[in-house]
Structures are given as C-alpha cells and as structure tokens.
Design a protein around this ligand. Structure first.
Ligand code: SAM
Length: 287
C-alpha cells in the first residue's frame, strides 16, 4: 500500500489548484496563497492564467502544461519536484483533470512517490448539479461526448438506461446538435437541465423535456457556456445484469458484435472504463 502524507513531507509537492469558472471571487484564499507560495505554476494557457495572477497580485513564474506538450513536460516537472520544488497545476477554468489537463501529471507523481495535494474549488458540473433540481446522487459525470455523430449515438446508447443523473459538458457551437442526438437516443420526454453561464452575470437554468430544450435551441441564438444535465432513467429497458460486463477486450468484442467498428468500440470501452485508449488499442491488437 502506498502511503503519502500531504503535509508531513518537506520535499517537492504538486498542488492541484482549481480556478474560477467565471467569477473571480470564487478563487479561495488558499488557492491564492498556494499560487503565491509555489516555485512554479504549470498552466494550461499561461496568457490566460496570467490575467488571474495579475488580478490577485501573484508574481510566481508560470510554464505551459497542456494536452499537446504533456509528454515532454512531465519529465521536466517531475525532475523539479524531485529537487524539492513545489509546483501548482491549474487549467483555464475549474478543476484540473476534470475534462482538462492534469491526470497524466498526477499519475506520474503517484508513480514517483511525490505528494499530490488537491485544493477544493470551482467545478462546472457539480455547481450545475446542486441547483439543477434533478436527483443529485447518484450521478454520473461524463464530460464531453465524442464529436462524431455515430460515436455520440454509441456513447449515449450506453447511457440511456442509467438511473443516475447524467452530467455532460458541451461547447456552445455544438449544443444544438448534441441536444438533437440526445433526444434521438433518450426520447423527447426525458427531463433535461441546461445550466448556462454559471457564476457569471447571465447565469440561468433552463429546465424541461429534451423536446422543450430542442425547441428552445432552434429558436434562440446559443451563447455562453453550458452544462447539460439529464435526468436518470426511471424505467430502464434492460436489466442491470445486461449492462456491459467482462474484461475490456471482451467488452470491445461485444461492441463489435453489435455492429460497431473496431476503433470506435475501443474508444467507447476505454471511455466507459476510464482507461487509456492507446493502451486498450495495444492490448486488443496484442502489440
Ligand atoms: N475543468 C472544468 C471544470 O472543473 O468544470 C471544465 C473545463 S471544460 C474544458 C469546459 C466545459 O465546462 C465547458 O464547455 C462547459 O460545458 C463547462 N463550463 C465551464 N465553465 C462553465 C460555466 N461558467 N457555465 C456553464 N458551463 C461551464
């Protein structure tokens, strides 16, 4: 059992620092102090984070850490941490690693025995959930669906019988299309909540059926950021024992048997199980 205490070691530590999702007042005292105290800030977009640092009069140097330089940055950051430096990692908004960069760095620290210290703070999904009026737990945080239509249908199909409230992120320019696909798979009567512009001036909640949401989306210009929450299925069509089972490879085979192509099946099963797509790809093809 690996046991690492966050507060008792003097060596380098990785701090995971959530940042506001719109309202700068949501920055916690501890988050500000941590960003001031660390040796380096690993930021998804250094220019974006610089505005936050300026606002709170923070002068710590920053370095970019995003999905396109993860592989090259991690060894550099781990080296600094091993030398005893402390690093704060943050994304553009909300919690690191939640549909944002971070998880590979955390895994590398865990592997290297470096303490990872998470700070609580802003997160769009949970903020939307607590005001949605939908059943708050159990819930299922899905994040972004795939961008391809067929893949979206396959992903939603896997979720349609879930009894949990479902939480999705979506980019504004894809919202209309995604709501249509959701209606196609979940049916027009399924209840949905659109949580728009959370913590900002034009924050609002739109509640109704998927049919209502699609009518609204057809008639209005879609502006701002949205979390989509879907009520869980009260009357699932399949029994729980028909939910996907077996090893990842068996689940890929099952999806292929249901008509999906191999790559799409690997992607779907990897997302479902929270494992790396490339790793499953390699296992599946026995590289
Ligand atoms: N890491 C962030 C978190 O902890 O919530 C999520 C980042 S993800 C790249 C961005 C997505 O989060 C947006 O496309 C939107 O779906 C959701 N989001 C972020 N800020 C939001 C806000 N103020 N209001 C509604 N949704 C928001």
């Amino acid at each position: 059992m690996q046991q690492i205490s966050s507060f008792q070691s003097d060596g380098g530590k990785l701090y995971l620092v959530p940042t506001p999702i719109g309202n700068l007042d949501d920055m916690t005292y501890r988050a500000i102090q941590t960003l001031k105290d660390v040796d380096l800030i690993a930021a998804e977009d250094t220019r974006h984070t610089q505005m936050l640092l300026n606002h709170f009069d923070i002068h710590t140097p920053s370095i970019s850490f995003h999905e396109h330089n993860t592989a090259e940055r991690i060894p550099q950051l781990i080296q600094r941490l091993k030398k005893g430096q402390s690093i704060a990692q943050c994304s553009d908004a909300g919690m690191p690693s939640i549909s944002d960069p971070g998880k590979e760095l955390v895994a590398a620290c865990v592997q290297a025995g470096i303490p990872v210290v998470p700070l609580p703070g802003p997160n769009a999904g949970l903020t939307a959930l607590i005001a949605s009026g939908l059943v708050p737990q159990p819930f299922y945080f899905y994040g972004f669906l795939d961008r391809k239509h067929q893949q979206q249908i396959a992903e939603l199909d896997q979720l349609k019988n879930h009894p949990e409230t479902l939480i999705f992120y979506e980019a504004p320019h894809r919202l209309k299309k995604t709501l249509q696909v959701m209606q196609e798979v979940f049916g027009e009567q399924r209840q949905v909540v659109l949580a728009r512009e959370l913590t900002k001036r034009y924050e609002e909640f739109l509640r109704g059926s998927l049919q209502d949401a699609n009518e609204w989306a057809q008639q209005n210009e879609i502006r701002g950021e949205f979390v989509i929450l879907i009520a869980g299925n009260d009357h699932p069509e399949v029994a729980a024992d028909e939910q996907p089972q077996g090893t990842p490879i068996e689940q890929v085979d099952a999806e292929i048997a249901r008509g999906m192509n191999t790559n799409a099946a690997i992607k779907l099963v990897a997302k479902r199980l929270g494992i790396k797509r490339q790793a499953l790809y390699k296992d599946y093809h026995q590289f």
